[in-house]
Every structure is written in C-alpha cells, then in structure tokens.
Design a protein around this ligand. Structure first.
Ligand SMILES: NC(=O)c1ccc[n+]([C@@H]2O[C@H](COP(=O)([O-])OP(=O)(O)OC[C@H]3O[C@@H](n4cnc5c(N)ncnc54)[C@H](OP(=O)(O)O)[C@@H]3O)[C@@H](O)[C@H]2O)c1
Length: 297
C-alpha cells in the first residue's frame, strides 16, 4: 500500500478506513471491531478516520475498547479525528440546536475527550469537521497551534472547507493545514471542477475523499448509467465495481486519499486491490461521461 506523507511526523496509507458507520453495525463487539481493523491492516490500510460525533458520540469509545483489548494495534495505526460539529443528542440534554463550535475552549476539550476515549497520547491528524460561520480564525488558529505544541495533535487539517475558508484559517496559524477531507465520488464529482481539488494541488494539501462509493448509492437502482459503465469497466479490468470506483479516484493527479466506510469484512478485504488497477485516460473519461450523463463539452 502506498504511503502518503502529510508532514515530517505523519504518514498515512493511501486508502483510509472510515469509522462513521462503526456503531451502526449489527455487531459492535470488540472482537468484530478488531476484525475490521485487522482486515484493513492486512492490506496495509493503517489510517483510521474518526470524529467525536460518530455513532452519536459512541464510535471513538467502541474503537478505544477494541484498541484496549489489543494494544499492539496502536503502534500499527494512525488516527484521524474531527471536531466542531455539536449534535443535539441525549448525551447533551441542554443543547437546543445542532451547531458548529470552533472556539478554542470547545476544540481543546473535544480533543482531550477523543484522546481519553481512544486512550492515545496524540491524534495523528485533527480535522475541523465543517466550516463554522462564527469561526474567530485568530482564536481557532491559536488553539490548533497550541494543540500541536502541546503534543496532543501531530498535524492539522480541515474537512468540507472551501479554498477561502482554508486561506483564512491558515493566515492565523503557523502549523500548515495539510489535508482537506471533502466529498468526492462518481456521484459527487463537483470538486473536480469547482476549484477544491485545484486549490489542494496548488497548496499541496492532501485531499481525502469521503463517501467514495457515494455511501453505497453507487450500487442501488437510481444511477443506471453509472452502474452499467462501472460494471463494464470492472469486467474489462477483471476487478469489482467498488474497486473500479476507487481506482477512478486514485487516477486523479491530486493524489486523492479515499476514506472507505464498509462494515462488511469481505468488502473491506477488497479495498487494497484498487491500487493495482491502472486506468487509461479514455477509460477514466468513459466513467466521467457516465457520471456527467453526457459527453464532456
Ligand atoms: N468529513 C465528513 O464530513 C464526512 C462525511 C461522511 C463520511 N466521512 C468519512 O468517510 C467515511 C466513508 O463514508 P461512507 O461510509 O459513506 O463511504 P462509502 O464507502 O462511500 O460507503 C459505505 C457504504 O456503502 C455500502 N457499500 C459498500 N460497498 C457496497 C456494495 N458493493 N454494495 C452495496 N453497498 C455497499 C456500505 O455497506 P456495507 O457496510 O454493508 O458494506 C456502507 O453502508 C466515513 O466512515 C467517515 O470516516 C466524512
């Protein structure tokens, strides 16, 4: 598995495993969570994507329990986590509205909770989960720098940020913003043309793609053209349709890191195979045309 350097101290696997759906699995036992981690590790997928809010604030704790039961796994993985979304939840009975909070006090407190739940000394990557209209960039930037100085976080990134959001925050902090996790898939390909991937390449900000299989929508009835094109291309390359959908992202010159979300051990075992698929320019455009629903202008 290819490795991608985000900083002097952090390298990630090119394919990342996302834990948004961990608590939705019918089996949330420690043993099964470990089996999913190991199914990733056996392919060299070492980077695990978390967030404070995943599973209604339960996912980091589930992951933490699995790591506590098999502490040797901690040395083999990198942990990405996020904060700033505040959910209305039974866990916060006084909260009246879903909102964002990028205040220094909130960010530091959420990071400290994440470290405690997963029982690790530092997050490899901390992402601000969503741009916050009330972000005081000076306050937020100082808090992020401080988390790095204090050794609680190794690198800083963002998620769902537009180029102007990144520029503003970067102007108020010295730690380089090293990644932006955004939605990219054959069914959500706006980042290819709206400036998000162009900005990432210009500023050497590694783009992570969330929901690279469109959250499973690539496999249901409503996208017949894309499904047919994927199936044909997969057959021609002797691979599965999900591997082909990942390979389409990997072929982009921005060096996209797909963040995969399956809870199914057989599907997880297939992820790494996408790295071996080589798409020609025309193959890539066949899938892009299907995604656009028409030929390029
Ligand atoms: N930063 C953000 O704002 C943000 C937002 C969303 C997600 N994320 C991150 O991105 C990660 C991945 O997101 P995602 O889970 O939506 O990714 P995804 O890989 O696009 O979708 C995973 C879903 O697709 C289903 N699926 C996969 N292969 C399938 C197949 N061959 N047939 C039918 N269904 C199939 C999976 O079901 P099975 O479990 O049954 O395989 C699962 O429900 C998350 O875990 C999270 O870490 C970040």
């Amino acid at each position: 598995m290819e490795r991608v350097s985000l900083s002097d101290s952090v390298e990630l696997s090119r394919i990342i495993y996302g834990m948004w759906r961990l608590a939705d699995d019918t089996d949330t036992s420690t043993k099964h969570v470990q089996a999913k981690i190991e199914a990733n590790l056996s392919q060299g997928i070492t980077s695990m994507d978390q967030a404070d809010i995943y599973g209604d604030y339960e996912s980091e704790a589930l992951f933490g329990k699995a790591l506590a039961a098999a502490p040797h796994l901690k040395d083999q993985i990198e942990i990405i986590s996020k904060c700033d979304i505040a959910l209305v939840s039974d866990k916060y009975p006084d909260r009246r509205v879903k909102h964002y909070d990028t205040s220094s006090t909130y960010i530091v407190s959420q990071v400290e909770t994440s470290l405690k739940l997963m029982d690790v000394e530092a997050l490899d990557v901390l992402l601000l989960h969503r741009p916050d209209p009330l972000m005081d960039a000076g306050d937020t930037g100082r808090a992020l720098d401080m988390l790095v100085e204090d050794g609680k976080v190794k690198t800083i990134g963002v998620s769902n940020f537009k180029p102007w959001d990144i520029s503003l925050l970067q102007s108020r902090m010295s730690t380089p913003i090293c990644t932006n996790q955004i939605e990219i898939s054959l069914l959500a390909h706006e980042a290819l043309t709206n400036g998000d991937l162009a900005f990432a390449q210009e500023h050497q900000i590694a783009p992570m793609a969330w929901s690279p299989l469109a959250g499973g929508s690539l496999f249901n009835g409503s996208n017949a053209k894309v499904q047919a094109a994927l199936a044909d291309m997969a057959e021609a390359h002797n691979c599965s349709t999900s591997q082909m959908a990942i390979a389409w992202l990997l072929a982009h010159p921005a060096d996209i890191l797909p963040v995969m979300g399956s809870n199914n051990l057989d599907r997880i075992a297939e992820f790494g195979g996408a790295m071996d698929i080589s798409l020609s320019r025309e193959d890539w455009f066949v899938l892009y045309e299907a995604a656009l629903g028409q030929e390029v202008p």
